[in-house]
Design a protein around this ligand. Structure first.
Ligand code: F6R
Length: 240
């Protein structure tokens, strides 16, 4: 795994942006695997600005997102579909029909998992962007998720509910279940960029780089990927 440690969050975002921009420019039909959360916000801002000022086009780009809360539709401000629209899609010239995410409102969850899984088998990510949970989760694959997992519904870990409650009015409002790509879907990506910022990610980043490869710490599977880059700021990399 290649490792890039930057002085701060902005420089971490810049490093990831350079790779994404290169791909979008060299292959305007690429598939981008995207994440939500605080970590990629700087990257999405750089992509939005670059579209505005330099005209980098996303017209024929397709995107697949990692995960979505069960029970939240795209008009709910807490949904990941809403997040993607707000922070990226509405700021660039992407065709919304080419942006894919699990349907949080699907009644038949098993069917929805199959649908999304089939889609991912068709649309292999050229780059997959990831953040990391303080417990080492990637997407919503919590500790002890099988390395062979594909799209599934997960019960969120207490630590994840607590971490994510900062974005809700109260912890009780945080959904307890989510749809998520499985670890196998993530490993299918041609290239993976995992970003981490802040001291609360330091332990997970240490495990990612030096820990035993084990389902107990889901991110450790990334060490088996042939083209994975960790880009973190110096706080997140402070235990390396
Ligand atoms: C988001 C996702 C999660 C986050 C992780 C870190 O789509 O799948 O794995 O990447 O929880 O979240 P932040 O970036 O908010 O610290």
């Amino acid at each position: 795994m290649e490792i890039i440690i930057t002085d701060n969050y902005d420089l971490m975002s810049e490093e990831a942006f350079k790779l994404v921009k290169n791909l979008v420019r060299s292959n305007p039909n690429s598939v981008l695997g995207l994440a939500t959360g605080s970590t990629p916000l700087g990257l999405y801002k750089l992509m939005s600005d670059d579209y505005n000022y330099n005209g980098t086009s996303y017209k024929n780009i397709k995107t697949v997102n990692l995960d979505e809360y069960v029970g939240l539709g795209k008009d709910n401000v807490q949904s990941y579909a809403y997040f993607m629209n707000k922070y990226l899609f509405k700021n660039i010239d992407i065709n919304l029909n080419n942006t894919y995410i699990e349907n949080g409102l699907a009644i038949d969850k098993e069917k929805e998992c199959k649908r999304y899984n089939n889609l991912l088998n068709e649309l292999k990510q050229d780059i997959q962007i990831l953040g990391i949970g303080s417990n080492g989760h990637i997407a919503f694959n919590e500790p002890f998720t099988s390395f062979d997992s594909v799209v599934h519904v997960v019960k969120l870990a207490e630590s994840t509910i607590k971490d994510n409650s900062r974005l809700f009015n109260s912890i009780d409002e945080v959904p307890r279940y989510a749809f998520t790509m499985g670890l196998k879907n993530i490993m299918n990506a041609k290239k993976i960029i995992i970003m981490a910022s802040g001291v609360n990610k330091a332990k997970a980043v240490y495990e990612l780089v030096h820990g035993k490869i084990t389902e107990e710490v889901p991110c450790t599977i990334l060490r088996n990927h042939k083209d994975c880059i960790l880009i973190c700021d110096k706080e997140a990399g402070s235990l390396l």
